[in-house]
Design a protein around this ligand. Structure first.
Ligand code: PLP
Length: 362
């Protein structure tokens, strides 16, 4: 056994911690810990998934052509430059496998998504974490972190767990400042809750940018695991060479195609989220809880200190509500709260209001 050693970096990986989903002894848990869609998924996606049950013995197609065509039509993109994966996590994994190796550097930011350093270590690369500025990605800090070993820069925009977003001008300045040998990954998991094209225009102007998107957030299909990426022909060709031919099942592709074509449901979800996000943020601020403007489907609630955040979390749990502790993201005094529907927002605000007034802070 001692002769069997894993590749460099792998044993440095700390296991990913996902949002909790259960509270012992409670049946009425409100889960606001994983940025899931409070409305679930499109009925059309659910019907397409059910219909796929008749074909379980059939191998799926390997090129995802119908799904890529649907994505291309809805977003006005060239389907030949789209790749689909088992969640956008798989597309991100293709990127590190294809473009980084042992000893290379991969830049992530202070409060960046925790999958990025995990993926870098998976291939023996070194994750280099650069500071943010008041929970916003700092373009200059990223550019200062670039060395001749840098291969990839990861940003989520809007970012998780801060919810903040760079302006198009800031992202442009980042790309303009990067060497053309460095690949910028523009992770648009929350694009539909913000404005803009998720980085598609940037991809069209710069061959060293790839955009990733997901069906897990606004489309409410996190349980089904589907994501996609959009890049130059050359980059997509490279990624396709390491993609397993049958990475997506018939059911995944059928549900995803129905979901992406249901733009009415998507727009309804975005509209509800925008209204509830504003209500949640305004109420938190009124209670004396810090909260930056969010461009995603969650807000980051900032308490006085880590102890207060922990106590607030305990108060919420007492009411059967799960939110996300984000100490692992360098934010020990904060809780990330997914924006729920009208009832969900009411249900999370009630105990927080009581908690803050009991502490004499509201
Ligand atoms: C949720 C999320 C994703 C999406 O992951 P999937 O693998 O597509 O479910 C990607 N990036 C960020 C920053 C996220 O928060």
């Amino acid at each position: 056994m001692t002769q069997i050693t894993p590749q460099p970096g792998i044993m440095d990986i700390a296991l990913y911690v996902s949002g909790e989903s259960k509270l012992p002894g409670r049946g009425d848990v409100l889960k606001l810990s994983s940025n899931e869609n409070p409305l679930g998924c499109s009925d059309k996606a659910r019907a397409a998934y059910a219909a796929a049950a008749g074909d379980l013995h059939r191998y799926p197609n390997t090129d995802h052509a119908p799904l890529r065509r649907a994505i291309g039509e809805v977003h006005g993109l060239d389907p030949d430059r789209i790749i689909c994966g088992v969640g956008s996590d798989e597309v991100l994994q293709f990127v590190v496998q294809a473009f980084a190796g042992v000893g290379d550097e991969v830049i992530t930011t202070e409060h960046g998504f925790s999958m990025y350093p995990i993926l870098a270590r998976m291939v023996g690369a070194v994750p280099v974490t650069v500071p943010e500025n008041e929970r916003r990605i700092d373009v200059d800090a990223i550019l200062a972190g670039v060395t001749d070993r840098t291969r990839i820069v990861f940003i989520a925009n809007p970012a998780n767990p801060t919810g903040t977003m760079l302006t198009p001008e800031e992202v442009q300045r980042l790309v303009d400042g990067l060497p053309s040998s460095v690949l910028l990954v523009h992770d648009g998991a929350y694009t539909e809750f913000a404005s803009g094209d998720g980085g598609a225009g940037l991809v069209d102007r710069h061959p060293n940018v790839i955009m990733t998107r997901t069906f897990s957030k606004i489309h409410g299909l996190g349980g089904l695991r589907i994501g996609w990426g959009y890049g130059s022909r050359e980059i997509i060709d490279v990624l396709n060479r390491i993609r397993q031919p049958f990475n997506l099942s018939n059911a995944q592709m059928a549900a995803a195609e129905a979901a992406i074509r249901d733009t009415a449901f998507r727009d309804h979800c975005a509209d509800l989220n925008a209204r509830m996000r504003q209500r949640l943020r305004n109420s938190l601020i009124q209670m004396g809880i810090g909260c930056d403007e969010s461009f995603a489907n969650f807000v980051l609630a900032r308490f006085a200190d880590p102890a207060e955040a922990e106590a607030a979390d305990a108060a919420l749990r007492g009411d059967g509500i799960l939110v996300r502790r984000v100490s692992g993201y360098g934010l020990p005094a904060a809780l990330r709260i997914t924006v729920g529907d009208e009832d969900g927002v009411t249900r999370v605000l009630d105990p927080l209001g009581r908690f803050m007034s009991e502490r004499g802070r509201a």
